[in-house]
Write a protein that binds this ligand. Sequence first.
Ligand SMILES: NC(=O)c1ccc[n+]([C@@H]2O[C@H](COP(=O)([O-])OP(=O)(O)OC[C@H]3O[C@@H](n4cnc5c(N)ncnc54)[C@H](O)[C@@H]3O)[C@@H](O)[C@H]2O)c1
Length: 257
Amino acid sequence: MDASAPTGRLSGHVAFVTGGGSGIGRAVCVRLARECASVAVVDVVADAAEATAALLREDGAAVIPITADVASRESVEAAVDEAWQRLGPIDILVNNAGIMGYRPFLRLTDADWDRTMAVNAKGVFLCSQAVARRLSKAHLPGTIINMSSIVSEVAIEFQAHYAASKGAVRMLTRAMALELAAHDITVNAVAPGVVETAMTADLLADPAVAEVTLPLIPLGRAAKPEEVAATVAFLASADARYLTGTSVTVDGGYLLR
Ligand SMILES: NC(=O)c1ccc[n+]([C@@H]2O[C@H](COP(=O)([O-])OP(=O)(O)OC[C@H]3O[C@@H](n4cnc5c(N)ncnc54)[C@H](O)[C@@H]3O)[C@@H](O)[C@H]2O)c1
């Protein structure tokens, strides 16, 4: 993990990061903690949440691991309650948990569609509503950052279900930004291109795929999770207080052509 660039700009803030047990989510937890936020590391895999929390504790951060499934209202409500009680009001929500699969459209199953939409789209709805309801009731400002993808803008073969879920995240970001502005809650998205995580490890390890994919990226390489986390940290900071409803593309130029 990148040990550079820590500042105290998130001191006094409480972050709830879903999918915090791996990849981009773990890098976001590390970055926000190094900027002095308290962090709830939320993941459906208990060991993964605990492993990220252990990393943060080494740095002396205030952190709790929470096991939760973002696709379940009951699980989300319990997780948000636990974080709120133990760390204080959650004013930074990072909806990062996501799953991705490849399947030709003609062979896509109901299960592929339902689970992808449940985690990637409904999860954003459930977590955002749970946090925003509590913030508005307490008359507190906050910010929500949703992990979208370049597939909310361009079609890639065999990813219809994933693309649909990320398109939903993109529009949910705008719709929530519009309604939550009155409550002083901003909502933005981050749209990564190809990032080196467990999600893409098999693809990038396959020379045939890497030979086709990497030349599509003008900067010539996949992103490190820390490069996405840096954008999340900016959006979580006071410097981004006037941004709402927007999407920041972090793709090394992938969408330029
Ligand atoms: N890796 C990429 O190239 C890339 C590109 C664009 C967008 N994204 C998005 O970034 C986000 C993070 O992806 P990543 O590459 O770090 O993947 P990852 O597989 O490394 O991490 C995803 C994490 O989410 C957790 N998770 C999955 N389902 C969950 C659920 N129902 N409830 C709670 N946690 C759950 C997993 O256990 C895992 O820890 C995802 O939303 C993904 O769609 C990734």
